[in-house]
Design a protein around this ligand. Sequence first.
Ligand code: C2E
Ligand code: CA
Ligand code: CA
Length: 738
Amino acid sequence: MDHAPQPSPADPQPVHASDAPATSGTASAGRRRNPLSHRSQDDRFRALVHHSLDAIVVSDPNNVITYVTPAIERLFGYPPEGLIGTSGFAFVHPDDRAASIEAARALLTRPGSASLQTFRLRHVDGSFRWVECTSVNLLDHEHVQGILNTFRDVTERKEADDRIRASEERLQALLANDDGAILVLDQAGVVQWASPTAERLWGLEPASLWSATMSRLVHPDDRREVSRQFARVVDESSHATARVEARMAHGDGSWRWFESTFANCLDTPSIHGIVANVRDTTDRVISEQALRDSEHRLEHQATHDPLTDLPNRTLLFDRMEVALARARRNATLTAVLFCDLDHFKVVNDSQGHSLGDALLVAVAARLRDALRPGDTIARFGGDEFVILVEDLHDEHETTAVAHLVEQTLRAPFALAGGDVYVTASIGISHAQDGEPGAEALIRNADSAMYQAKARGRARAEVFDDAMRARAVERHQIETSLRRAVSRRQLRVHYQPMIDLHTGHIVGSEALVRWKHPTRGMLYPATFMSIAEETGLIVPLGAWIFDQACLQTARWEQQRGGDVFIAINLSASQLDDLSLTDDIASVLAATRINPGHVHVEITESVLMHDVDASREVLDRLKILGVRIAIDDFGTGYSSFSHLRRFPVDILKIAQSFVQGLGADSEADAIVQAIINLGHTLGLVVVAEGVETAQQLDELRTHDCDMAQGYLISRAVPPERLGELLRADVSPARAVSGRT
Ligand code: C2E
Ligand code: CA
Ligand code: CA
């Protein structure tokens, strides 16, 4: 209506049926009926009608138009004259017509009554305009005698209303189809309004949601955080937002994860509250938790021993690094206890691996329970456990922990095979202010543990200065041993062996010596175990093998006869896969008779892993070398194993030989070994023969060969050459008994 042209005095005059040319005959009658007979009143009426923005139409009971004001043309474009005598219904939109007719009928029944209707009327241009029509039944009115209809164009308002309604419907649809819900809360967190989906989201009756405090729905553990975020949004300026994820009570009694975004809309008219956008994120949270769990599991697997579930070596070292760094900052004392179970191998071998495992699990559980929660107990390997203790006041506290371990293990372990008693050898080392580092700390504790074993087991030893000195020495030996071969500091000495029947030298044993630049001549006892542990024995052993075979080839040439060489092989050499190839190439290069090479392997090395040993021995046997069991009698070999190994020679351990003549038990053992060897068709050698009496006894017991200080110490090759030359009649090589 705003844009409707303002009526002006020049506009057409209202048209009355009596003014129409077709009804001019009744014009005087119309004027007669004019209620405003007074001139000025008539003028005023005209002016009012003229200026009214609404169109006034008077119709008869049949809705035929009898009077119309000029405003009609402004509203609908029809010249007023053309409307007189037409039916008002003709202009009504077909869809609205029925209602219009019905309303008109109702109006007719009640003289004096009024009705208000909104419908569409056709504009002269063919479009429809919304009108609000007020109709009053004035048929009985003496001056009007018709229905007075006042039309007002409400198209714009109607369109605006429709737009609002549409957008509201759209919003409702959006809200209803959102997977989240929207709440409007007041500053106290009380729900003022909830979107229709809220009901679905919480599985609650809307009524139980309205005027509830939001925090009442939140899980007690999450309430604090939700309240904190909510308060932040309330306190901060308008449009502040915050997001929080929390568990909320669902109508079905479960807790579900909801993510809420709060927005401060206190200043927004029509909201005046905090808008909470809430989504159910349970599925996401659960899958994230599952992911985290599986990550956690993987990490746990990587850092824990699968058998005992104790931290493994990796985690132990991590914890040690952390502990030592802290100790460095705080200047505190840290300790490591290296615990090795005594005789665990016996349990494992005699009762089976599964019982051995069960014992380790039980020990682990007891130790874990006994220690303070802050201490770390790790499984370091096999039957070794390492305990890390932090923040000690003094070293006595560590000793107390060692006592605790001893006490914890004291009661027997009830296993399927019966009660098992366990003791541990414990090595203790300390780090003051984080020094030394983790590696050294473990190494020191390990050395101390070996000391405890050496001092009789089932005890604890603290790594001290003497051990440190020994450890330093070991370290020095290791470093210089690496260079010993290239610096030509190693020598092979030879100890002759005689045939007890003829008394002649038949061969010799190669024994390594180290001519150390500062320490003088070193014997294998000082460096062999280090060479073993560090793996240096493999190249070293290969070099010795070379030297010994070359030397023996020379003697054979000089002597023109048989002389064998016995070469010791240690455990790591047997484990080395290239051993047989190396030996084969040495044999080929020196063209020595393979049968003149005896490899000596100690009984304990052979018995360590019977199946593996058998395999190696078979491979050696194929090369044609002879195999001697060294230190026989000390390593619990069983008769059946002995029969299955392709062995040629038994060397009776020195300890038995040295008891000969003085100790009747030793006599019996030596006799038994010789008989056993002969029964199996083996050559029996006695080593460590120091006295003539021992030699006599051995002859009496029908031993085949002897070796020992009585005959000769191990001597440099030149010296053995002299002995061989002096030993005029060349002896037979050992070729088994016939
Ligand atoms: P083994 O194989 O049992 O060697 C015999 C040891 O007894 C040698 O000590 C020898 O010098 C010593 N011995 C010989 N006769 C007597 C005696 O009448 N009385 C006493 N008390 N001892 C005697 P050595 O040379 O110190 O060797 C010690 C061990 O070191 C050897 O024991 C052997 O296991 C190992 N070994 C020595 N040389 C080598 C080598 O070249 N390679 C390997 N793998 N091990 C070696
Ligand atoms: Ca030997
Ligand atoms: Ca020996």
